[in-house]
Design a protein around this ligand. Sequence first.
Ligand code: NAD
Length: 488
Amino acid sequence: MIHGELHQNVRQYINGRWETSATTGVSANPSDTSEVVAEYARADRRQAEAAIRAATEAFPHWSHSTPQRRADVLDRIGTELLSRKDDLGMLLAREEGKTLVEAVAEVARAGQIFKFFAGEAIRSGAGGGGGENVASVRAGVQVDVTREPVGVVGLITPWNSPFVVPAWKIAPALAHGNSVVFKPAELVSGCGWALAEIISRAALPAGAFNLVMGSGREVGQALVDSPLVDALSFTGSMANGERILQAAAARRAKVQLETGGKNALVVLADADLDRAVDCAVQGAYFSAGQRCTASSRLIVESAVHDAFVAKLRQRLKTLKIGHALERGVDIGPVADEDRLAQDLTWVDVAREEGAEHVWGGEALERATAGHYMSPALFLAKPSHRIAREEIFGPLACVLRADDYDDALALCNDTPFGLCAGICTNSLKHAMHFRRHAVVGMTMVNLPTAGVDFHVPFGGRKGSGYGPREQGRHAAEFYTTVKTGYMLA
Ligand code: NAD
């Protein structure tokens, strides 16, 4: 396999200038570990603090910019992402390991998000406009309620969706007039930089958008600790989210968390089984199961349990696992060596706990040295750790349910609450499930993974905290409300 371009100029973007750092890191291609994708500067706390100061200084200017100006900036970024979805998709596939088809689709979705928020900047007229006029309860008094930007926002993102998750934070932050310090996950610094490079050419004032790449413990923590950062939006693991929540609460910063899932796909006896198997394969295993919306628990009604498992096993045998850029590959490698080791450990845990092995769960060798693993399927009990903890890899389990009520109870028996799906031909059960699944998003006869860009995204319980992301609802986090009274 021929190696792609090596990105060597991957630097911090602080106060409108590109900066090197004292140390550097490299990102490798998980499909072919002999290929270095990016050599990037690693920021330290001092650079993170400089970025925060730059954002603070830019805020008065950017927060008073016109909605038209903001819309133009966001539209320009969206246009470039859409027109370059193939080359940026290639970078994403090389750096993170998603298949090229998945990666190109992710970049296109990031472009659509920027376009959506270009419109939103106009519609909401943030920074003073777009409010409500309310009749006062007092004679001769006028009341209005307006939304204003929050201030400096720190955006901390994970490695698994390096274009789309940053897009759904950066675009609403800028649309609503906030200034931004963006900290991507180190594993995908090349993607974070590529997005920042596009943003750097979109005619923002210096300091309104800053990129700092580096470790979570140093650079991420600097954002969390700084009294100049008014709001923090974090997507990542539950453990880190919990720490950030505590620290933010202690200094009264606004905080929004999106933290993982253990999502269920319920399959009822009346479901179209072929469709249910499609939903399970796509939801549980595509993107190597490294999606917060992955359906890692397949809850199947007893009457079709064995038939479903047999069909799913047949499908898993036909999936092609390989280099993310190879045509026809269904599932690429997992993101790095540590994650492969972790995923294989989960396979051991499943066996040790007595879960019944159905298929896969082995490290695979391919023409290039990469982190390949066959999709793993187990029959589990609700108490098994593989049925309770987030694995974030290509491993799913089937849980047997007596009937619909039992399936719903199993679905809700988890500390997480991001999304849940059901495959059924019963309108009654579909409607009941939509109402009673304790999650932020439900899917009927669709995979749990794969969502629209213009509607809320997020979860309940351990999966999230604070207002939802995406769509019009993003304004709840990226603005603050002001009530004005005036004697008429
Ligand atoms: P992670 O928590 O290790 O890292 C996420 C980000 O936080 C990274 O940028 C990291 O550098 C930073 N970070 C780490 N420690 C920090 C600290 N002390 N202070 C500030 N920042 C810190 O998560 P990950 O391994 O990159 O991503 C996988 C996790 O993300 C999974 O649990 C997955 O479910 C979750 N995820 C959730 C969603 C969602 O919307 N719910 C979407 C994608 C991924």
